[in-house]
Structure formats: structure tokens, C-alpha cells
Design a protein around this ligand. Structure first.
Ligand code: G3H
Ligand code: 13P
Ligand code: ZN
Length: 316
């Protein structure tokens, strides 16, 4: 089947209390690991590309990799999303490049300006049957090309439930990312992980039936953190979102869950392991291959955490 936008996926996810995995892709092995997992679990999915990914791999290559993935698994409902679009022009470019969903992230702007920019993107994207995700509140942490608030400051920048209805009505946006205490990257919490479920509950009440999105949703799996630290890495304090919190959020209107860090860590852990245990190895297939396999295994597990395993058919 051709690429789909996220409308049907989100409708079914909302109705049936699960979330769709939105996985960041930067190269062939990451894409293949994700696709193989979703095919084995018969799960709908979103592949997303950040501006950093576009800069690294070039959009032409990423599009061809995604096209090859579709050819290999023609029965899977697959949407493509621009992750953290920074401007109307970036969103327009991705729409013209054939993406079926774009995120405009003007969450760092004042509320009225966020509305203005988002609406401009919505008006353009909808003419092309492309859906739009926007964001309210600010995530913590700092990633390349994605600036967030300082981790200590996260609670002051949560989405404001009082703004959500006005924002959705005035922009016509299709889904909304809400900051509820997560952050990008591998260091999400200093002490105990804690999400603002009270804020999420309040938002869901004000936007019944409307799909919400959770960024910064990697859980920093112990298996990969331990391997990285065992084989020369240095991320002892890495901490992610507990998986039971993700499953809980998926039943509270969160229809899209963004995962990048867990993919990076799975690949890095396996590459480190091969380099450390087989120092004579220099064939990239011998370390990227195990990395791809680790991603596949990890994503298969995630699909059960999200509850979307086995849901491909109802999302068509
Ligand atoms: O939201 C951030 C994603 O992990 C993408 O990160 O901009 O380094 O590709 P990136
Ligand atoms: P993680 O860093 O938790 O994987 O979040 C990724 C993300 O939100 C991409 O937009
Ligand atoms: Zn994000």
C-alpha cells in the first residue's frame, strides 16, 4: 500500500487505547530493524526524519530507503513524519518531498505566534492531504537542532491545559505534542522518573477524542545501558521514561510515542560489544548487522509496550 497519513492510525489508537510508535531514522540499518520488527508484529508505524537526519543522510537517500521498506512490506500501514520542523519553509519542503505528516515545532514562540505559524503550515499541508502535529509546552534536554529547556526547569514548561482548546480550534492542527515532563536524549531525570499525569488527564478532558503526542519517550533500556558502560562507554546516569508510564499514557489520549534514543543506544551497544570482544573485526556488516538485529528485538518489545502490536489491519 502507498504511504498513509496518520488519521486512521490515530483514530484507532485513540479508540482502542494504544499508541503508534514514531521511530527516528537516520540510515538503512535503523530503518530495516524497525521495519522488520513491525512486520513480524503486524504493527502500524511512523518513520520520522529530523532536520539533523536530513542533513546527515540527505532526503533523497532516506526517501529511497523508505520506498524500499514499503516495497518489502506492502501490507503495513506506514506514515512518514518530519520531526521538529522549525519553520513553514522546512515543512513545505517535506510536504513537497512526499511526507504524509509534518511537525511544526513553534513551541518556543509566544502562544499567539505558535498559533500563527502552525496555522500557516496546516493551511498548506492540508491542501496536500498531509497532516500536521504541533507542540505546546517545552521539553527539557538538548539535542542537535532541537533546543529544549534545562532539565531542572522542565516542570515550569509543561503544556498548559487552559491553552489546548483554543490552540486546536484556531490552528486546525491534527495532533498535539504536549510537554508532560519528558525530555529528549538519555538523561531525562536526575532522581526519580516522574511524568505529569494530572496535566495529561486535564488536557484529555478538554480535548476528548483528539490525538496527543508524547516526545522524549525512550526508556533507556538497562540491557543497552549496561552493555555501553561495560564496553568502554560512559553513560552511568542515563535514565528514561519507565515503560509502564508509556503504556499508561497510551490509554490517556497519547496516540503517538516518539522514540529515538533507544534506537541509538541499541545500535551503539552492539557496535561497542563487537569492537570490544572481536578487536580483529573490521567488516562493517559484522557490527552494523548485530546493531540492526538489536534494534529489531528492541522495537518488537516496544510495540507491546505501546499496545500497537497486531493492529496493522484495523489501521488500514
Ligand atoms: O527530537 C529529537 C530527535 O531525537 C532527533 O534528534 O535532531 O539529533 O536527529 P536529531
Ligand atoms: P527520545 O530522545 O526519548 O528518544 O525522544 C525522541 C523524540 O522525541 C523525537 O522527536
Ligand atoms: Zn521530539
Amino acid at each position: 500500500m502507498p504511504l498513509v497519513n496518520t488519521k486512521k492510525m490515530f483514530e484507532m489508537a485513540y479508540k482502542n487505547g494504544y499508541a503508534i510508535g514514531a521511530f527516528n531514522v537516520n540510515n538503512m540499518e535503523i530503518t530495516q530493524g524497525i521495519m522488520d520488527a513491525c512486520a513480524e508484529e503486524n504493527a502500524p508505524l511512523i518513520l520520522q526524519v529530523s532536520r539533523g537526519a536530513r542533513k546527515y543522510a540527505k532526503i533523497g537517500y532516506l526517501n529511497k530507503i523508505i520506498e524500499a521498506a514499503m516495497d518489502e512490506y506492502p501490507d503495513l500501514p506506514l506514515a512518514t513524519n518530519l520531526d521538529h520542523g522549525d519553520s513553514f519553509d522546512t515543512c513545505k519542503q517535506f510536504v513537497e518531498d512526499g511526507f504524509t505528516s509534518v511537525m511544526i515545532d513553534a513551541s518556543g514562540e509566544p502562544f499567539e505566534e505558535n498559533i500563527r505559524i502552525t496555522k500557516e503550515v496546516v493551511d498548506f499541508a492540508h491542501k496536500h492531504n498531509v497532516v500536521v502535529e504541533a507542540e505546546l509546552g517545552q521539553l527539557g534536554g538538548i539535542e542537535e537542532d532541537v533546543v529544549g529547556v534545562d532539565a531542572d526547569d522542565v516542570s515550569k514548561h509543561l503544556a498548559d491545559p487552559e491553552q489546548v482548546q483554543e490552540f486546536v480550534e484556531k490552528t486546525g492542527v491534527d495532533s498535539l505534542a504536549v510537554a508532560i515532563g519528558t525530555s529528549h536524549g538519555a538523561y531525562k531525570f536526575k532522581k526519580e522518573p516522574k511524568l505529569a499525569f494530572d496535566v495529561l488527564e486535564e488536557i484529555e478532558k478538554r480535548l476528548p477524542g483528539f490525538p496527543l503526542v508524547m516526545h522524549g519517550s525512550s526508556s533507556v533500556l538497562k540491557e543497552f545501558k549496561d552493555l555501553i558502560n561495560k564496553y568502554g562507554g560512559n553513560m552511568p546516569d542515563a535514565m528514561g521514561v519507565p515503560e509502564d508510564s508509556i503504556s499508561k499514557a497510551a490509554k490517556m489520549g497519547i496516540c503517538k510515542v516518539n522514540i529515538d534514543t533507544d534506537l541509538r543506544m541499541a545500535l551503539t551497544a552492539k557496535i561497542r560489544e563487537v569492537f570490544a570482544t572481536k578487536p580483529e573485526e573490521f567488516d562493517p556488516r559484522k557490527y552494523l548487522g548485530p546493531g540492526r538485529e538489536a534494534i529489531k528485538k528492541m522495537v518488537k518489545h516496544k510495540l507491546h509496550v505501546l499496545g500497537c502490536a497486531g493492529k496493522a489491519d484495523e489501521c488500514k
